[in-house]
Design a protein around this ligand. Structure first.
Ligand code: 2BA
Length: 109
């Protein structure tokens, strides 16, 4: 058995949750925040059999799009302004960041 942790953009979370339910995957949705952009995103935790990992990854990949996001750099108050970029910078975010972890034990009481 594996634990899949998938960080996705909020815009894709309902679509992905629906697709997971439709395909009989059990999932928990957590509200999360990206460390870099400091924007809300959604983290899914999904426990499933090893044999189902490829189809789960297909579902995540199909339902999560990558998007351009503008980052406004914070001004360096009292700091060195030499390296400060005074305009928003575009970064590409997602589709999804996915970790697949082994599960030592699973209990469902
Ligand atoms: P954020 O940390 O807010 O990152 C959003 C996007 O900003 C990233 O998209 C990436 O394109 C860019 N980015 C992040 N850190 C950067 C840095 N140090 N320098 C330059 N650009 C940077 P994604 O890579 O698609 O990541 C989307 C979200 O997935 C992240 O949001 C974070 O919440 C999660 N994530 C990504 N990699 C992770 C990791 N290794 N561990 C835990 N969470 C991760």
């Amino acid at each position: 058995m594996k634990l899949v942790v998938a960080v996705v953009q909020d815009q894709d979370s309902n679509r992905l949750a629906g697709a997971l339910t439709k395909n009989n995957f059990r999932a928990t949705k957590l509200a999360s925040t990206g460390g870099f952009l400091r924007l809300g995103n959604t983290t899914f935790i999904i426990g499933t059999d090893d044999s189902l990992i490829p189809s789960l990854l297909d579902i995540i990949c199909y339902n999560c799009r990558s998007r351009e996001q503008l980052v406004s750099p914070v001004s360096p108050l009292g700091g060195n302004a030499d390296s400060y970029i005074p305009y928003p910078v575009e970064v590409e975010v997602g589709g999804a960041t996915v970790f697949v972890l082994p599960i030592e034990q699973f209990h469902h009481f």
